[in-house]
Design a protein around this ligand. Sequence first.
Ligand code: ARG
Length: 272
Amino acid sequence: MRTAAPRTARSRRFLMCPPTHFKVTYSINPWMDPAKPVDLPLALTQWEDLRDRYRALGHSVEELEPRPDLPDMVFAANGATVVQGRVLGARFAHPQRAAEADVHREWFRSHGYDEVREPEHINEGEGDFAVTDSWLLAGRGFRSSPLSHPEAQEYFGRPVIGLDLVDPRYYHLDTALCVLDGDEVMYYPGAFSPGSRAVLERLFPDALVASEEDAAALGLNAVSDGRHVLLPQAAVGLFAPLRERGFEPIGMDLGELLKGGGSVKCCTQELR
Ligand code: ARG
């Protein structure tokens, strides 16, 4: 494959939450092992590196106030989905995270957003919703309810493509698929049901298809600004194919947050 021309970045606004109170005291996904200690100062440094990298690339980062009783709040992507200023709040599947949804909705209300919906059905924000130019891709199977899909379609007025997740290690859509630009994605087929795989092949025939190893390094849990792709540095196999497509991969080390089952994308909610 010939190397494509460099891409153009578009400046973004992100919402993040520092891992001040991050710990793994319960297990709601296969990555979480409460017996494994978390190095909190290291987690903070890794998170700050990500935040500062966004800012250095010209993006703006807003910060949510972390709460001591909500150790998973650092995974800010799960708290809401914002498209064209309309906010669909989250409703968490597990009681341990339930209160995060209110914190997010409150933040939006106090920051000038007047379209903020408290959802009827379980959805874990951008954990399971991914916005492309044409569609809202929506994961289901582990966390978000299939009923959240028509709810999101009605609220945003965008066609929703429901995708069935089948591997518990990839319990959120954003652990298995990343929107790179427009209607371009990269994904790991093994995370999806055969029918959903066929849907992805049909919609994205030129997608970057990730290997099992890169997916297992949470390499798909990445954030792209249209040019720079920030991704877990251990996903080494993704760097060359991203460059061939004209992207600039930037490896990040979020090893401590991986112990909670999240990486770059999980820590980053996009304010569209
Ligand atoms: N411990 C969190 C959970 O299991 C991790 C969430 C990761 N976030 C994400 N967007 N995939 O809910």
